[in-house]
Design a protein around this ligand. Structure first.
Ligand SMILES: NC(=O)C1=CN([C@@H]2O[C@H](COP(=O)(O)OP(=O)(O)OC[C@H]3O[C@@H](n4cnc5c(N)ncnc54)[C@H](O)[C@@H]3O)[C@@H](O)[C@H]2O)C=CC1
Ligand SMILES: O=C(O)CCC(=O)C(=O)O
Length: 524
């Protein structure tokens, strides 16, 4: 049974996939109400009210996935989640239209003073001259951050005959042309726009993107909107420019601290506000809840997620295709880690044949995870494997080759240690499963699973018999045995598999034979 905690207000209807699943026990409680049970949950679903901190993650020892029913994940410590191997997912598409519509509504309300007019009429005033507005027609709209919401807003603005200028360092000129917008530098956009709206995520680069210095470059009488995240427009700087009349008005849905209390922007009549309502429609809330509910269920049941922040996103089809190879590389990594008992500096993997056309970065993550699992005392998976490798100064890379050595697919891994290198080659054979076909330049053929002994010895008569007899005398049954050598009389290897773990004492006694060079126990 999977334990799922829904800590924020998320549409019940949208959560149906989880509520109806027979293998899920869903709890709807705030984190503070289940302090004693935090270690039991497999999944945590939040909106923006819950902040997923490192401290919370430490308490949620069993946590495998955090889902944000919405876009912005600035309330989740992604790095800390990744470090702990916790997948972070969001629902990036479900609230785009609602937020774009809300921004448009805020813009129209701002330039026509609708909220102020409403308050005035309800106060039994009839002051028409106080609320003379401005048309949107033929105005220049500056959109900072031209992703899903920014581009939906642009469509609506163009329908109102506005000229749309955008600033987005990740937007190509050809895409801007295709979408019929004018791509500018930030400074040029600030200089030309009558109305500026921000639609970037809140990151260290976008925090305070519009500040005292950049706002000084705007036209006198400019209007500003923030329906993305509090802090992208620096609140103190905006208050300053409102105070001196440089900024004519602002529409703010989001605040640096929510709910805002002593926020200076609340003191201006020309600032209109909403309590973070961008995504607050029935449609958006249903969409995002459904999106994360399906994804969480899929993930808990071992399937790929459709929108992850810290894991490559794979379709079900691709996931199924790579699965045999991810388990193969996990096993190759585990064999290598146990054979190569010394610090390693570099892991390099070469893909050839059918596997080379697949999502190899994911397969490499599995390799690293298999390798690191046998070296460190913390949970390693595809989410945190590359981060942990980097932390430990292990470089890794992948190559594609044409040389399939006659197989349909080949994965070769070379590990460089402080004193030597070690290699392993595996393949996945349809209907037969994974095979290791070469280890440290010895051709061999074994199924990488269970309890194994890897023995290097001199190639001379009697060694294999002696090992078999020694184990037989100890009542240890050999399940399979594979041998390999490079040349007659040189060094040779044996790979033995057993039905149970082989004790240290047995290994020590086998090592006494003079023909034995090394013995390595491998547990898969
Ligand atoms: N008020 C509300 O209720 C809602 C607010 N949001 C906020 O809106 C933000 C945007 O959402 P989407 O459009 O769905 O995201 P998106 O990821 O589709 O678009 C963000 C765009 O910002 C651009 N960007 C990133 N760094 C930038 C920088 N330094 N300067 C300029 N552009 C930059 C990216 O290239 C991207 O095109 C979210 O991150 C979220 O914080 C989203 C939904 C609801
Ligand atoms: O959950 C909400 O209503 C806020 C939505 C939001 O800000 C987001 O999706 O980034």
């Amino acid at each position: 049974m999977y334990e799922v905690l829904v800590a924020d207000s998320i549409s019940n209807e949208g959560l149906a996939p989880l509520l109806e699943a027979s293998n899920v026990n869903l709890t709807r409680k705030k984190v503070t109400e289940v302090e004693d049970l935090l270690h039991t949950y497999d999944a945590l679903l939040v909106r923006s009210a819950t902040t997923v901190t490192e401290d919370l993650l430490d308490k949620m020892k069993n946590l495998k996935i955090v889902a944000r029913a919405g876009v912005g994940v600035d309330n989740i410590d992604i790095e800390a989640s990744t470090k702990r191997g916790v997948v972070v997912i969001n629902a990036p598409n479900g609230n785009t239209i609602s937020t774009a519509e809300h921004t448009f509504a805020m813009m129209a309300s701002l330039v026509r003073h609708i909220p102020q007019g409403n308050i005035s009429v309800k106060s039994r005033e009839w002051n028409r001259s106080a609320f003379v507005g401005t048309e949107l027609n033929r105005k220049h709209l500056g959109i900072v951050g031209f992703g899903r919401i920014g581009s939906e807003l642009a469509k609506r603005a163009k329908a109102f005959n506005m000229t749309v200028h955008v600033y987005d360092p990740f937007l190509t000129t050809s895409r801007a042309e295709k979408l019929g917008v004018d791509l500018l530098s930030l400074d040029d956009l600030l200089a030309v726009a009558d109305i500026i709206t921000v639609h970037t995520p809140l990151t260290k680069d976008t925090k305070g993107l519009l500040n005292r210095e950049t706002l000084a470059k705007t036209k006198k009488g400019v209007y500003l909107l923030n329906c993305a995240r509090g802090g992208i427009i620096d609140e103190e700087a905006l208050a300053h420019y409102l105070e001196i009349g440089h900024v004519q008005g602002a529409a703010i849905d989001v605040f640096e601290v929510e709910p805002p209390t002593d926020n200076p922007l609340l003191n201006f009549d020309q600032v209109i506000t909403t309590p973070h309502l961008g995504a607050s429609t029935k449609e958006a809330q249903l969409n995002v809840a459904e999106d994360v509910a399906y994804d969480v269920l899929r993930f808990l049941e071992g399937n790929p997620v459709s929108s992850s922040i810290n894991l490559p996103t794979l379709s079900k089809d691709v996931f199924e295709k790579i699965q045999p190879f991810t388990s193969l590389t996990k096993q190759l990594g585990a064999v290598l880690s146990q054979c190569m008992k010394e610090p390693v500096q570099d892991i390099s993997v070469t893909y050839a044949g059918t596997v080379a056309d697949l999502e190899t970065t994911y397969i490499t993550r599995s390799l690293l995870s298999g390798f690191l699992t046998h070296r460190i005392d913390r949970s390693v998976n595809e989410v945190n494997a590359s981060m942990i490798a980097k932390e430990r100064g292990i470089t890794f890379g992948e190559k594609i080759s044409d040389n399939t050595q006659g197989y349909a697919n080949i994965i070769e891994v070379v590990v460089k240690g402080e004193s030597r290198t070690f290699s392993i080659t595996g393949t996945y054979i349809k209907d037969y499963g994974p095979r290791v076909i070469n280890i440290d330049s010895f051709d061999i053929d074994f199924y990488p699973e269970g309890h194994l002994l890897y023995i290097r010895h001199t190639d001379q008569p009697g060694v294999i018999g002696n090992v078999g007899k020694a184990l037989g005398d100890l009542d240890i049954n050999i399940a399979t045995m594979q041998v390999g050598r490079k040349q007659k009389g040189g060094e040779a290897i044996m790979m033995l598999t057993f039905d149970r773990l082989i004790e240290d004492a047995t290994i020590e006694s086998l090592k006494q034979a003079s023909e034995i060079v090394t013995i390595q126990r491998i547990e898969l």
